[in-house]
Design a protein around this ligand. Structure first.
Ligand code: IMP
Ligand code: MG
Length: 179
């Protein structure tokens, strides 16, 4: 698996340091509140599990899975719920945790959905951001790293369901896409 990588963009240590910093901010901001963390599957699962273990507050840990119609590595505005929450979020403070904001469609859809369902407050936390790819404007309150417009894998992110378990973030060699 490691030999398929072209370049490492973020090391395991950089990801851990940033995650800890974000977890501290989140703990300070949500302490004493009715707090639900909604992790977006599958990509968000590694980041979320690191994040919650660095938080020292009560949190209801929940998951959603969505898919967006669209081909290949591009997502579109049509987001479909594949797995829904198992908690009622009415009256709760919701934090949506994702791996990356790319076009912004996924998070824009989820943010509106949580508001429609009666959350008192909805904020977003992502470890990665590709600002140059944004198609819809969204406000990311807790952000890890801005990265260039390159396809990345590792730390939860996949290419064709592979590489999610890499502990760092990197780009793939050209030949991997052609094989
Ligand atoms: P958005 O709706 O365009 O913001 O799409 C975000 C989703 O696309 C993320 O949850 C990722 O699953 C996926 N994605 C975006 N960029 C990458 C990438 O560089 N590598 C792997 N997955 C990506
Ligand atoms: Mg994904």
């Amino acid at each position: 698996m490691h030999q398929d990588l072209k370049e490492i963009l973020l090391t395991q240590q950089q990801l851990a340091d940033k995650t800890k910093e974000l977890a501290q901010r989140i703990s300070d901001d949500y302490r004493g509140k009715k707090f639900v963390m909604v992790t977006v599957l599958k990509g968000g699962f590694i980041f979320a599990s690191d994040l919650v273990r660095q938080m020292d507050i009560d949190v209801d840990i929940n998951f959603m899975a969505v898919s967006s119609y669209g081909s290949g590595t591009r997502s579109s505005g049509n987001v479909k719920i594949v797995k829904d929450l198992d908690s009622d979020i009415r009256g709760k403070h919701v934090l949506i945790v994702e791996d990356i904001v790319d076009s912004g469609h996924t998070l824009s859809f989820l943010m509106q959905l949580m508001k429609d369902r009666g959350a008192v407050d909805v904020k977003i936390c992502t470890i990665l951001n590709k600002p140059s790819r944004r198609e819809v404007d969204i406000d990311v309150t807790y952000l890890g790293y801005d990265i260039p417009d390159e396809f990345v894998v590792g730390y939860g992110l996949d290419y064709d369901e592979r590489y999610r378990n890499l502990p760092y973030l990197g780009t793939l060699k050209e030949e991997v896409y052609n094989s």
